[in-house]
Design a protein around this ligand. Structure first.
Ligand SMILES: [Zn+2]
Ligand SMILES: [Zn+2]
Length: 267
């Protein structure tokens, strides 16, 4: 069976890969944790969701640098620029999203601390998607541009990062830091935020990822296209870690937009 991966998401600490079957027109979940499948090289447009109903890309376009074509993106993102670098609080671009309440947060990925923003109602889900070990909130702000302004100010004032690289997330799975270490970083940061009139919330740990840490070694990142087979180690954030002559890390976000076929090749 050849299925088109259309989204990868977490509900609580359960990751799911959703697939569209062009034959039956149905959307179903794919058991990606049973690592025995072949993934296509080209990425084709994932289509769009309107009012809870999935609509495949009418042209089945191949896309580069993303997984949705411009036509389908317009269905749910009339102004993608405002999504990526917010310039309004909902009054300009007309996207309801920009006007929603956003939270500026601090996420702890092992010893790395980053500042970020997300729609308040997606906060915990967003932290889990990113594979954070813990987080705390700085403020809730009406509108996306206001949240972005605060995020940049905090990043500048405290010299904090806004991104964590994949290889750093993997290294943190190999050598996780203790909760005491994170609590110490959190307390230091709370002190440093005070002069700027920001109050850091209590720390919330995210402990229930389906993976046992530390890993036995540093996983090697594998390209998404091609055959994947082996024994599943676990999933954290965007990474599926599996064992096949050493630990491999597959970025699940890169599977979205590709065609996947279950195989019985075995390692
Ligand atoms: Zn499309
Ligand atoms: Zn906007």
């Amino acid at each position: 069976m050849n299925l088109h991966a259309i989204s990868y998401e977490w509900q609580g600490f359960e990751p799911s890969l959703y697939m569209y079957d062009g034959g039956s027109g149905e959307v179903s979940e794919f058991d990606f944790r049973r690592v025995d499948y072949k993934v296509s090289h080209p990425v084709t447009c994932v289509g769009s969701w309107t009012e809870g109903k999935y609509k495949p890309c009418p042209r089945g376009r191949i896309v580069k640098g993303g997984n949705v074509c411009d036509d389908c993106a317009r269905d749910f993102l009339p102004d993608p620029d405002c999504m990526f670098e917010p310039r309004c609080d909902g009054e300009e671009c007309g996207m309801r999203f920009c006007g929603q309440e956003h939270t500026v947060y601090i996420a702890f990925h092992g010893f790395i601390t980053k500042v970020g923003l997300t729609a308040t109602k997606r906060l915990e889900q967003r932290m889990v998607e990113q594979g954070a070990d813990a987080y705390a909130t700085v403020a809730m702000v009406k509108g996306r541009r206001s949240a972005r302004t605060m995020e940049i100010a905090i990043a500048d004032e405290l010299v904090l990062r806004q991104r964590v690289r994949g290889i750093e997330s993997l290294a943190a799975m190999r050598e996780p830091c203790s909760e005491d270490d994170i609590a110490r970083d959190h307390a230091k940061l709370a002190d440093r935020l005070e002069p700027f009139d920001h109050r850091l919330s209590e720390l919330r740990f995210l402990r229930d990822y389906p993976i046992e840490l530390p890993l036995d070694g540093m996983p090697t990142s594998v390209k998404p296209g091609g055959q994947h087979s082996g024994k599943t180690v676990g999933v954290k954030g965007k990474f599926l870690v599996y064992e096949n002559g050493g630990l491999k890390a597959l970025n699940m976000q890169y599977l979205v937009g590709r065609h996947i076929r279950a195989t019985e090749a075995g390692p």
